[in-house]
Design a protein around this ligand. Structure first.
Ligand code: HEC
Ligand code: HEC
Length: 289
């Protein structure tokens, strides 16, 4: 406004706004502030031109530099794969656990790879450290259902257990009670018998009645002494390690219903080297034979 008065005290023009006799001075913006402001405007225009910036209907303006964080990650992963390739090739060529174990660099590599693969693929069922859950065996002890050599472990991972793969490990215990193969009393007696196998007290009469039944029905898989058979995946019933549980009630359920736990196969989902690395890792968890 042309008729703005000049403030007599400071000599600065006022804006003409006045509240309760207080008048607003029309001081110019500081020069440094204006310079920064214009610099940011210039910077933003340069940025729009150089870098990906504006979304469009199909895609976005790519900018002169065609920068893409996504492509950078893909390139970095490819570079890492190439770097690992050499180790991977050596791992796949190593034929035995002793060969891998005698090569510290290779062992370290497969342990690291195996550990991360285990976390991604196996921990949901076997627990983060392989400690297992009821129905999902512990992989850290030296009790093995199907054998604990590197080859055994590798085969289990490749083809699974009752997995539906044509080469799967397979053996099925009948649901003796549910399917009426044995009556209720016989199942009860057998449960007592199994309890006694691991050195615990159980009704002596039940044990006596169950002994011939056990010999008839159970020994083909669990062995005459109940120590199991890794060729058939039949657990040892005489130790303190239980897949489903060692109390009388759970044992009774195992006999009544059968179990038939499923371990998936990985042969089409993981590469040969990944499976080898996993087998080395599982073998090293504590109980490898
Ligand atoms: C969906 C659940 C599940 C997943 C995932 C799984 N497992 Fe298993 N695994 C099982 C079950 C159940 C068994 C026991 C099957 C039986 O009753 O014989 C088993 C058994 C095994 C055994 C045999 C143990 C023995 O005592 O012989 C090994 C080794 C094993 N798993 C390793 C792995 C590895 C390595 C992975 C990851 C690549 C994996 N499992 C992922 C459920 C699973
Ligand atoms: C055809 C082979 C076979 C026969 C016969 C068999 N079992 Fe089994 N049994 C197995 C397998 C395999 C398992 C492993 C669990 C699974 O199926 O997931 C098992 C598991 C068990 C378990 C659970 C063990 C645990 O660690 O929790 C008990 C208990 C058991 N059997 C008792 C018996 C009794 C008692 C008989 C006889 C009435 C019997 N089994 C007959 C194969 C057999």
């Amino acid at each position: 406004m042309a008729d703005n008065e000049i403030d007599s005290h400071s000599g600065v023009e006022t804006t003409g706004h006045e509240w309760d006799e207080i008048k607003e001075l029309n001081n110019p913006l500081p020069r440094w502030w204006l310079i920064v402001f214009y610099a940011t405007v210039v910077w933003s225009i340069a940025y729009w031109i150089a870098m990906p910036a504006w979304p469009g209907i199909s895609g976005y303006t790519k900018g002169l530099r065609e920068h893409s964080e996504r492509e950078n990650v893909v390139a970095a992963v490819a570079a890492l794969d190439e770097e690992r390739e050499a180790q991977m090739t050596r791992l796949i060529k190593a034929s035995s656990i002793s060969e891998i174990e005698s090569d510290p660099e290779l062992l370290q590599f497969s342990m690291a790879a195996g550990k991360s693969l285990f976390g991604d693929n196996c921990a949901t069922c076997h627990g983060a450290g392989g400690q297992g859950f009821p129905g999902y065996p512990s992989l850290v002890d030296d009790a093995w259902l199907w054998g604990g050599t590197l080859d055994d472990i590798q085969q289990t991972i490749h083809y699974g257990i009752r997995s539906g793969h044509s080469d799967t490990r397979f053996n099925i215990m009948q649901a003796y009670g549910r399917d009426g193969l044995l009556n209720r009393d016989q199942v009860d007696d057998l449960a007592s018998y199994v309890v006694s196998l691991s050195g615990r007290d159980a009704d002596p009469e039940a044990i006596e009645r169950a002994a011939p039944l056990f010999a008839q029905q159970c020994t083909t898989c669990h062995g005459a002494d109940g120590t199991g058979d890794t060729a058939q995946g039949a657990p040892d019933l005489t130790d303190a390690i239980w897949l489903y549980g060692g109390d009388a009630v759970t044992i009774r359920q195992s006999i009544h219903n059968g179990r038939g736990g499923v371990m998936p196969y990985w042969t089409e989902r993981l590469s040969e080297t990944q499976i080898t690395a996993l087998a080395v890792y599982v073998h090293a968890l504590g109980g490898g034979e």
